[in-house]
Design a protein around this ligand. Structure first.
Ligand code: ATP
Length: 152
């Protein structure tokens, strides 16, 4: 019995499929969800959503939100979500730098919305981290790639 996973973002349904397992970025670390999970609603951090279906892994980044988990379904609501492969590293780097500069110059910026800047910084860092992690994983899995290494 698979789990029906839906990832709903502000502007689109970012992902919808039946999967064997989904790993979520929970508040207390990675949360693996298998079929027949108890019903819960839980908060999600900005981070990676990893799915596995017939041995194939798919990785997405979410900006954080909520997951409604049930015995045969997981529904994620997150402002932003995109496939790790679709992450534009340059754009994320520009966003990171912009947020970092605002934080550094915060005394000089009247009415700076600190919560907004901090969440923009966290989103950009998350995109950079997940895109790099997925690229490294792909390299290791490629023929002639490095042998698997333990990940934290
Ligand atoms: P930016 O300042 O570059 O717009 P942001 O963190 O404010 O970054 P979001 O509000 O999180 O952007 O996302 C807006 C939309 O753009 C979403 O659909 C999200 O998936 C997409 N998006 C944002 N940054 C990237 C990126 N680096 N690569 C690919 N898609 C992105």
């Amino acid at each position: 019995m698979p789990t029906h996973l839906q990832i709903i973002a502000l502007d689109k349904i970012a992902y919808e499929d039946d999967v064997d397992i989904v790993v979520l970025p929970g508040e207390e670390g990675q949360l693996g969800v298998l079929p027949r999970h108890a019903r819960i609603v839980t908060l999600l951090e900005p981070g990676e959503v990893l799915t596995r279906k017939s041995g194939e892994e798919t990785s997405l980044v979410i900006s954080g939100g909520f997951a409604q988990i049930g015995p045969d379904s997981v529904t994620i609501l997150s402002d932003a979500a995109e496939y790790a492969e679709d992450i534009d590293m340059d754009r994320a780097e520009v966003a990171r730098r912009r947020a970092q500069e605002r934080l550094t110059n915060r005394q000089a910026i009247p009415d700076l919305d600190m919560a907004r800047v901090e969440s923009a910084l966290l989103r950009s860092l998350t995109r950079l981290r997940v895109a790099e992690r997925v690229a490294a994983r792909r390299r290791r899995q490629a023929p002639g790639g490095q042998p698997p290494r333990q990940e934290n």
